[in-house]
Design a protein around this ligand. Structure first.
Ligand code: FMN
Length: 438
């Protein structure tokens, strides 16, 4: 099977799904974002389908924006389980799948993060992954005794040092450092312990880490920054990068740029995997799939979307909003993220109403594929074979059922084409992703 280059598949399982109003879906338990069984079900679905990873995104604040007034109280994204804690629970009810969680380099100390992910790697037998983000919201700054978030230069400088320290701490012990020799009374070989003694602008960390070398050498590093700052961080440190390109050409360019950044930092281009996010809605026919997609759009609460649009673009739509008006031609289009900016540009180019913009916004900023399983598989394979990606990060519209559809209808077709595993090749996430040993 392994003759062909193999596709990587991840599943993002944060909360109730990526539709901004997923909690209103009739098949979704609106209380599930604090129920461990909900995540265990999603992780098992992904593992039975041989996915490489499940991923928990995170925010260190209630980010819901209450403008227009009343929007925040209509959002389900207010309470959730802390993701690293949740990974420990998922480690106990899965055996093979990689377990990835976000942790911020702006609002943690590196020792905390090195220690927690080392623990998850030990608990899971070598399946831990850390999505290193720099955070971006004002609400997070305000929860960590800061009036404002770090500016971009500073937060990425801090992130660079943060990663150097974490990687250094994960190298505290050689793999064979611990002798635990009862006869000689010798617990470890002191020549195999390395004290970091890091001194930098943001961090002074002595080490060593109070955790032995982890089963996969060190946890796998994920990253998602799209700017030049983000790409440099990825090039220097990331094993896997999440992105949200809007079409195949953008994905091809993005992957080339990413690989060039790995080489810029003295690494091999193949050392870094690019996983664009996609949402998949299947139907028995193309028109059934389209209807299902349209139904998901009707769930979207315009008030919630208006709040996220306002947070990203300020007064783009003015104060006197009528959902049936066209999106105005003037006003700020530079959102916090390029993907959001693209959505507003498309709205203007195509003369969308505000209602339509709210619906597109509420579906998430990723590519949405709807169609029969064969149509969808053909698109995924086109991207993969055009070197637009190394696989995909599935962003289910609602959980767990939309993930189960991908597992049932898409994965077997990829396996039949010899592009996706039928069983896990290795014991660790690093081995399954085909990453070099460390
Ligand atoms: C798929 C994906 C997942 C992300 N997950 C998180 C997350 O969990 N927490 C977070 O604060 N930011 C997250 N981000 C935001 C990125 O870390 C980053 O800030 C954003 O893509 C903007 O890039 P830049 O920082 O290079 O400007 C995510 C981005 C993407 C594309």
């Amino acid at each position: 099977m392994a003759d062909k280059r193999q596709m990587r598949l991840g599943a993002s399982i944060r909360g109730l799904g990526y539709n901004i109003s997923a909690w209103l879906h009739p098949d979704v338990d609106p209380a599930a974002s604090e129920k461990v069984q909900h995540f265990a079900t999603a992780a098992r679905i992904a593992e039975e389908a041989m996915f490489d990873t499940v991923f928990l995104a995170d925010t260190l604040a209630v980010r819901s924006y209450d403008d227009p007034k009343g929007a925040a109280a209509r959002s389900s994204n207010n309470v959730e389980l802390e993701p690293i804690t949740l990974l420990a629970a998922l480690a106990m009810c899965t055996k093979h799948i990689g377990l990835v969680a976000t942790a911020s380099t702006s609002y943690n100390e590196p020792y905390h993060i090195a220690r927690k992910f080392a623990s998850i790697d030990h608990i899971s037998g070598g399946r831990a992954g850390w999505n290193a983000v720099t955070s971006w919201s004002q609400q997070e700054a305000n929860n960590f005794s800061r009036e404002y978030h770090f500016d971009k230069d500073e937060r990425y400088e801090r992130a660079t040092e943060f990663l150097q320290v974490v990687l250094g701490l994960w190298n505290s012990w050689d793999a064979d450092a611990f002798l635990r020799d009862k006869k000689r009374g010798l617990f470890y070989d002191e020549s195999k312990m390395h004290v970091l003694n890091y001194r930098g602008t943001f961090f002074n960390v002595r080490g060593p880490l109070g955790a032995s070398r982890t089963p996969q050498g060190r946890p796998v590093i994920f990253q998602a920054g799209a700017s030049e700052h983000g790409l440099n961080l990825a090039g220097a440190f990331a094993d896997v990068v999440y992105s949200v390109p809007q079409h195949m050409a953008e994905a091809i360019r993005g992957r080339q740029v990413l690989r060039a950044h790995a080489e810029k930092f003295g690494r091999q281009a193949d050392d870094i995997k690019s996983l664009p996010g996609v949402q998949i809605i299947v139907g028995r026919s193309s028109s059934e799939a389209r209807d299902r997609l349209e139904y998901l759009k009707t769930l979207i609460d315009p008030l919630q979307s208006l709040a996220s649009i306002k947070r990203m673009f300020g007064d783009l739509l003015g104060n006197d909003i009528n959902l049936d008006d066209r999106v105005p031609e003037v006003g700020n289009t530079e959102g916090k993220f390029s993907t959001a900016t693209n959505t507003v540009r498309r709205a203007r180019e195509n003369g969308w109403t505000v209602r339509r913009l709210c619906q597109e916004f509420g579906m998430g900023q990723q590519v949405n594929l709807s169609g029969t399983p064969d149509e969808i598989v053909s698109t995924l394979v086109d991207w993969f074979e055009a070197d637009a990606c190394d696989g995909f990060n599935i962003l289910p519209a609602y959980l767990p059922d939309n993930l189960a559809e991908v597992a049932e209808h898409i994965v077997p077709r990829l396996q039949d084409r010899g592009l996706f595993r039928r069983r896990y090749e290795g014991a660790t996430l690093r081995e399954n992703l085909g990453l070099p040993r460390v």
